[in-house]
Design a protein around this ligand. Structure first.
Ligand SMILES: Cc1cc2nc3c(=O)[nH]c(=O)nc-3n(C[C@H](O)[C@H](O)[C@H](O)COP(=O)(O)OP(=O)(O)OC[C@H]3O[C@@H](n4cnc5c(N)ncnc54)[C@H](O)[C@@H]3O)c2cc1C
Length: 389
């Protein structure tokens, strides 16, 4: 899982830091022993990966990319991206929660006040991963068109009363806190909502194709009373904050694409050597080799785009276009690679025993959540056109 290409990327980025290599080597060993063996069972039995998340929290993994002064690990973002890639190769469901968690923590760091950082990141354990986060923007009548959300936030003294419906939300019933977008008097605003708040109700779980360890749910908010102190940043700026949350999220989603594709590639490589046809291993057939070569090349291209976005973020440079490009390419690449892995497995790729279609099913959501491929293409084109006067 900590294979040579990933190792090379880290070595090139941080030639002086052998410590990162040691960290990633020991993490790869941990993922191989403790996370990967249960991944197919999590998928098959639709189990939320809570146990894995506890194990990661015990090792301080969720906090790794955050500032030391907040209790984080102070690790450069590209190294965290390598961690996310390896984790996604081991268990996409576990990596998805860590990706959402990192996005939520990043948003609170960017827009939260000192009291909120202390209360939610430190004391409540969001940064350490001892409490879990979710993110609720989508509503029944709008996803891509986030401006059109209808959930209301009415000020009532020292509180806000939230009313509305959110849907297609990843694991709100498992989370302790949810970042929620609602329309206040000043416009769309962002709230940190404890999921134990009366009036916060998880209505139903929507059966789905992949990422089956995460219950995708609809939420009803009925006079859900949240202290005004839980308003993030300035009221009316929620849409702009949402874009920042998602920019950051897109880098780790891109890393998930790379990791899932890498897992599918490794299975396809091993199977192609094992499987015999016409008197030889199918790995000896050039048409199979063509698929393998394309898989290797596309994965590496997505990995480099993802590291590039992470590096820009790490340096404090603008990374909106880079994150969108990485997520667009990586999420679509993962589907192509996983599809080829199924093809190389022949009929066995289609049945449950080989497990390889799990990777395709998990990858399929990556080009929908946190900005569909269409919306990302529009954003990338818009930013490119802006460069030309
Ligand atoms: C597994 C999964 C997990 C999710 N988790 C979360 C979560 O935790 N929190 C959350 O808030 N949301 C979550 N979502 C919702 C996800 O963010 C939305 O599904 C996504 O933003 C698209 O919104 P929509 O489904 O309403 O589609 P729509 O916005 O209705 O779009 C439908 C189709 O039209 C296309 N389209 C829309 N507008 C344009 C345009 N202007 N030009 C070209 N094409 C366009 C879209 O690309 C899409 O193909 C999740 C979704 C999935 C599948």
């Amino acid at each position: 899982m900590y294979h040579s290409e990933l190792k090379n990327c880290i070595a090139l980025l941080y030639p002086e830091s052998a410590g990162y290599d040691t960290l990633l080597t020991s993490l790869a060993d941990f993922i191989k022993r403790e996370i990967r063996p249960g991944a197919a069972i999590i998928d098959r039995n639709e189990i939320y990966p809570r146990e894995n998340l506890y194990k990661l929290a015990e090792r301080g993994i969720p906090a790794l990319p955050f500032p030391l002064e907040l209790g984080g690990g102070g690790l450069p973002y590209p190294v965290f991206v390598a961690v996310m890639e390896m984790l996604a190769a081991g268990c996409a469901n576990t990596a998805l929660q860590l990706s959402i968690q990192a996005m939520v923590c990043e948003g609170i760091i960017l827009f939260g006040n000192e009291a909120q950082k202390e209360q939610f990141l430190r004391q409540s354990g969001l940064l350490a991963g001892t409490s879990l986060a979710a993110f609720a923007l989508t509503e029944p009548s709008c996803g891509s068109d986030a401006k059109a959300i209808k959930t209301e936030a009415r000020r009532s003294g020292e509180n806000y009363l939230l009313n509305g419906i959110k849907t297609l939300i990843t694991s709100p019933g498992e989370a302790n806190f949810i970042i929620l977008f609602a329309v206040a008097e000043e416009g769309i605003s962002t709230f940190i909502v404890p999921t134990s708040t009366p009036g916060f109700q998880v209505l139903k779980v929507l059966p789905k194709l992949g990422c089956k360890g995460h219950p995708l749910s609809t939420i009803r908010l009925e006079n859900c009373q949240v202290p005004a102190a839980n308003l993030l940043g300035t009221p009316g700026k929620g849409l702009s904050y949402g874009k920042h949350f998602l920019n950051c999220g897109r880098i780790t989603i891109a890393a998930l694409g790379v990791g899932i594709a890498q897992a599918a590639l490794e299975k396809a490589l091993a199977y192609s050597k094992r499987r015999k046809a016409f008197g030889s291993s199918i790995s000896e057939f050039q048409l199979v080799q063509e698929k393998l070569a394309d898989m290797v090349t596309e994965i590496q291209a997505a990995r480099l785009l993802t590291f590039h976005a992470a590096q820009l973020k790490e340096q404090g440079l603008e990374y909106t276009a880079a994150a969108a490009t990485a997520k667009l390419f990586s999420s679509e690449m993962a589907q192509r690679v996983c599809d080829k892995a199924i093809q190389i497995h022949g009929g066995y790729g289609y049945i449950d025993g080989s497990d390889v279609h799990r990777h395709w099913r998990d990858a399929r959501m990556l080009s929908i959540g946190e900005g569909t491929s269409d919306m990302l293409r529009l954003l990338i084109a818009h930013l490119a056109l802006k460069e030309v006067s």
